[in-house]
Structures are given as C-alpha cells and as structure tokens.
Design a protein around this ligand. Structure first.
Ligand code: AMP
Length: 281
C-alpha cells in the first residue's frame, strides 16, 4: 500500500491511474479502523481498479472538544488492517495539510441538518460536508463508500453531491455488527467492560421497535418503550429515537405513511456517545 501525507504527491500518483482509465474508489475514515471499515474497502475493491482510503480526524465536524481529544487513534494498527484488506493507497494528512488556514466556509443542509445528529451536534454536518468536498476534489474518485450506520451523513453527502455536481457515485454499505448486535464503531474502544456489556441496548431497542411497528404500534408508543428500555439501564441515556423517511429524512408521525421508514437512535453509555439505525421493514 502506498501511503501519502501530502496532497500534491497523492494527486500526481493518482493522475497516472486516471490517465490510463483506471476506476478509483474512495473510502473516507477517521481511523481507529475495524472490520466495518474493512467491509467498505472490500466493497470498493469489488468495483474499482484502485481503492484509496483516507484517515483524517476532521476537527471541523467535532462540536465537542473533549470528543475530538478522546477520539481513538491507532495509525500503526490501521495501516496493518488496510494492508490486510488490500487497500491500494492511504492518504493520512495532517490538519495543516487539509486546513492550511482557518476555514470560514459553512454549509447549511436545511432541514437535513436540523434534526437528529444535526440538532444534537450543531455544525457537525457543515464540517462533514467541508471535509468530504475537499477529499472528493483531492482524490476525484469515481465511487465513494460510506456505512449505513451513519445514515444521516449519507443523506447529507448525497445532497452535497447533487447540489455541487460532484462527479462521483455514492454507495452505502450495510452496518457490520458484533455478535450481540452492537454496531462496530471506533468509539466502542472507549467503553470499559461493564459499559461494553450494556452497549448493545441500542440494537436491542431497534429490534424491539421493529417488532412493535410490525404489530401495529404507534411511533409515540414505540418511542416510550425505547426510552424506558434504554434509560432503564444504569449509566445509559437515550438522546433521541426518531423514525424518518430514509429517502429525504423527513421525520414521520406514522410509520404506515412511508415504505422506506428508518429508525435512528443515539445515546450515551457512560461518556461514550453511540448511534445506530435500522430500516422498519
Ligand atoms: P468513521 O471512521 O467512524 O468516520 O467511519 C468511516 C466510514 O465507515 C463511515 O462511512 C462509516 O459509516 C463507516 N462505518 C463505521 N462503522 C461501520 C460499521 N459498523 N459497518 C459499516 N460501516 C461502518
């Protein structure tokens, strides 16, 4: 695997492939990689000649300084994982390489970033949109791969690509889970043993909610049950449980109104904030 920390040599290297018509796949990450990230690499490798992964902990998408400071970092292991997964190129820039001067550009995604993650993490999607735009311009991929776990992020990036005419096809990859249902996440590394045991409550709540909807329960009724289930566990706190139309993220009052309903959940286990989602049908 070729590793680059600077934009210019990376662009020069990729240009060689572009010139001979090779197809490029991009997998953007913030590092502390796990098998979920590997599955994105596999998805890219299946449909592209060259797979480029990026590891960059993007400061502009963190609204909480502590979260940024405590974000897990493990570059040596990440390089091993990417090499094993067969990734061709890693771009691992410094903050100064990506933001040589203080960024003043703000992106507003309208209703898309006023709910759920956008509501609880103000400015988060502006930062995501900014860094993803930069990575698209630097790498100019034909395809880019994102995890379903961050569904709202995917919706925001779809909007970004369509409004700004980025010439890239976006792909969402199914969430990879631990045996007990917990979605793999870099943040799981911050859980202690007892927290880890409790952390699959979000998956359990989503599964129970799905069953509730299948049995004709209302969103209000299901939300109440989810809250009781999650908040009933010591040290665990629900932040939100919402049901939205997965196509446009309009929040729903009635699941019957949409065939594409997705349940999104977020909360804290101790100090660690986790998110997850699941389609209703
Ligand atoms: P992150 O490094 O957490 O920013 O994630 C980088 C990419 O990996 C994002 O597109 C995530 O949605 C995706 N991802 C994170 N966790 C998983 C998972 N458990 N399964 C599949 N993709 C994931």
């Amino acid at each position: 695997m070729e590793i680059f920390t600077q934009i210019a040599p990376l662009k020069a290297y990729l240009k060689e492939f572009k010139n001979i018509g090779k197809v490029l796949g991009l997998v953007p990450t913030m590092g502390a990689l796990h098998e979920g990230h590997s599955s994105l690499i596999q998805a890219s490798k299946a449909h592209n000649d060259v797979t480029v992964s990026t590891i960059f902990i993007n400061p502009t998408q963190f609204n909480n300084k502590n979260d940024l400071l405590k974000y897990p970092r493990s570059i040596e292991k990440d390089i091993e994982l990417l090499t094993t997964a067969g990734c061709d190129v890693l771009f691992h820039p410094t903050t100064a390489e990506i933001y040589p001067e203080k960024s003043i550009l703000k992106l507003d995604f309208g209703d898309l970033d006023k709910i759920m993650e956008g509501h609880f993490r103000p400015g988060h999607f502006s930062g995501v949109g900014l860094v993803v735009s930069k990575l698209f311009n630097i790498v100019t991929p034909d395809n880019a791969y994102f995890g379903q776990k961050d569904w709202q992020q995917f919706a925001v990036i779809q909007k970004l690509v369509s409004e700004l005419n980025f010439n890239v096809a976006l792909h969402s990859v199914e969430t990879l889970r631990e045996e007990d249902g917990l979605a793999l996440s870099s943040r799981n590394r911050r859980l202690n043993i007892s927290e880890r045991k409790k952390a699959n409550v979000f998956y359990k709540a989503l599964t129970q909610a799905k069953e509730g909807f299948f049995n004709g329960e209302t969103i209000t009724g299901v939300r109440e049950k989810v809250r009781n289930m999650v908040d009933g566990i010591d040290g665990v706190k629900l932040e939100y449980f919402e049901v939205a139309d997965s196509k446009n993220l309009n929040l729903l009052d009635d699941v019957g109104a949409s065939k594409d309903a997705i349940m999104c959940i977020a909360g804290y286990v101790g100090e660690v904030r986790l998110i997850d989602n699941m389609f209703v049908a």
